[in-house]
Design a protein around this ligand. Sequence first.
Ligand SMILES: Nc1ncnc2c1ncn2[C@@H]1O[C@H](COP(=O)(O)OP(=O)(O)OP(=O)(O)O)[C@@H](O)[C@H]1O
Length: 220
Amino acid sequence: MPDILEIDSVIKSYNGKQVLTDIYLKCETGNIVGLLGRNGSGKSTLLKILFGTVLADRKFIKSNGKVYNKPYKETGLITYLPQDNFLPHNLKIETIVAAYLGENRVVSFLDDQLLVKLWGQKVSSLSGGELRYLEIKLLLESSSKFVLLDEPFNGVAPVLIDTIKDLIRQAALTKGIILTDHDYRNVLDVANTWHIVFDGAIKQINHLDELYRYGYIPDL
Ligand SMILES: Nc1ncnc2c1ncn2[C@@H]1O[C@H](COP(=O)(O)OP(=O)(O)OP(=O)(O)O)[C@@H](O)[C@H]1O
């Protein structure tokens, strides 16, 4: 039986202006849910509400039928990659891997061709793409059942995007993943279901031309 994460009846306003008006989104372990939408449509806000670090005017977050007000406080339930980098800059990669995943997982990171070259360096010396890769790998290897990824492909070279997509697919064998990124072709490629945030609501996307009709991509 898959584990289920659901967010329902979300209303969110900033300074009296409603950004999200009617949201329902479901993710099961084994699924990769792709979330698209124009700049400012509310994708990051939705992920932060789902993680529990941004308050909504109204929301219901449930996992396997149980309601959670602050999902991030529940060990092993959910983790979140924010748009901005989140790792402490003054620590070495080895220290960070041990802190996030435990000492016994450090060895498994030494199989990683990219990270093994950078081992021993501090986070501050990594390039933007290398740092993004490390962050994504840490979250996907965590024990959380659900992983939210906000712009995982931003600033990452195409060859590394392919590696990240493989990591996401591998993680989705046991986890549920929700990701958003403006690199929509890679989102469409890696996700099993596609959605767009439009006018404060979520619409399922079945065909590429719907992205044009919702004004997300220019004419094909
Ligand atoms: N802390 C805040 N205070 C006030 N308004 C905010 C705040 N955070 C977001 N907003 C507004 O809410 C709307 C949705 O923002 P959000 O960052 O969720 O959009 P997004 O779809 O992730 O955009 P992008 O694709 O550009 O990252 C925007 O109009 C934004 O200006």
